[in-house]
Design a protein around this ligand. Structure first.
Ligand SMILES: Nc1ncnc2c1ncn2[C@@H]1O[C@H](COP(=O)(O)OP(=O)(O)O)[C@@H](O)[C@H]1O
Ligand SMILES: [Mg+2]
Length: 297
């Protein structure tokens, strides 16, 4: 059974997964031009790279439309952003910070977009609040804003370039990165968030989650099922009153670094992702797509 791995350079996690399924026919993928139909003889591909490579993303879609199971689904993962995620959370009853999407202002006059009413926004989400791009990742341009003039200045400096979100600030008591594999297996990893992937994973003390962990599991699985993600890291923040909020619903290519997480967590991830690939390789399952054409080739 042929399994493909699409990895960023030096992705030791992908390499360790490949080693642990070495009894399958595993290949690291390199692609040139791609004729239509974009058929591949890989039964399953673990895709850790196409999220920021448009050609590879299209290749994954073509393979998926022609019968390869891609982890993660290239159709759904392309659609997510922090606006979509928060709206899906709302519809699934998952607690999330109050969020307001702010207009991006075109530099030419645009009659369909008006300047937002900052007083009204701050009445809804209070200060301090968070300003962040709707499509950011790796903590890029995430600001905690403490005054109205700071809000105004930051928004003014970003409004021509990005769609921004204003969000209720959740004061954290605990922060967990919750890995969810195959929409069922979950690992709660207590996390000290820091920019540029410098955050540390800790030996996880689940005591603070007593009484809410079952709900967190249920919500996380529901969300990953809705998003059709086989590998995702969710960020659950527990506030100072013990209430959970889903801050970041979507890290489809989570950074998994051996040196910044406990060994037991790292090996859990390698083993569960390997099991997931093995399971998909042995099944006829195909990715969900919006066109209802999968498997017709
Ligand atoms: N509403 C919020 N309340 C408190 N902290 C937040 C909030 N939004 C973001 N943060 C902090 O900023 C970090 C980065 O924000 P996040 O939404 O996860 O963006 P990214 O996708 O860039 O990682 C989070 O890990 C968290 O520590
Ligand atoms: Mg995040």
């Amino acid at each position: 059974m042929k399994v493909g791995i699409l990895e960023e350079r030096d992705d030791s996690f992908a390499r360790d997964v490949a080693s642990s399924i070495s009894d399958l026919d595993v290949h690291f993928i390199r692609l040139g031009e791609l004729p239509v139909p974009g058929k591949s003889d890989f039964k399953v591909i673990l895709d850790r790279q196409s999220f920021n490579r448009p050609f590879l993303r299209e290749a994954m879609k073509a393979f998926s439309l022609n019968g390869t199971y891609v982890i993660n689904n290239p159709f759904t993962s392309q659609l997510f952003n922090k606006n979509v995620d928060m709206n899906i959370c709302q519809s699934l009853g998952i607690p999330h910070p109050k969020t307001i999407i702010l207009p991006m202002m075109e530099e030419v006059e645009d009659h369909s977009v008006t300047e937002p009413d900052i007083d009204s926004i701050l009445r809804q989400i209070d200060l301090p609040c968070v300003l962040k791009p709707y499509d950011g990742y790796a903590w890029e341009n995430v600001y905690v804003v403490t005054t109205k003039s700071e809000f105004r200045n930051l928004y003014d400096s970003l409004k021509f370039r990005r769609v921004m979100l204003a969000q209720q600030y959740i004061e954290r008591k605990h922060y967990y990165r919750v890995f969810c594999v195959n929409k069922e297996k979950m690992l709660f990893s207590e996390h000290v968030p820091k920019p540029l992937c410098q955050g540390a994973y800790l030996e996880s003390d689940l005591k603070p989650l007593e009484g809410i962990i079952d709900r967190l599991r249920e919500w996380s699985i529901k969300l990953n099922t809705e998003l059709d993600l086989d590998l995702n890291a969710l960020e659950w923040c527990i506030d100072t009153d013990g209430n959970p909020f889903l801050i970041d619903a979507f890290n489809e290519v989570p950074e998994v670094l051996k040196h910044n997480m406990p060994e037991s967590q790292y090996s859990w991830l390698v083993s569960k992702v390997s099991e997931c690939i093995r399971e998909k390789a042995g099944k006829e399952e195909i990715n969900r797509n919006p066109f209802n054409t999968s498997g017709r080739t």
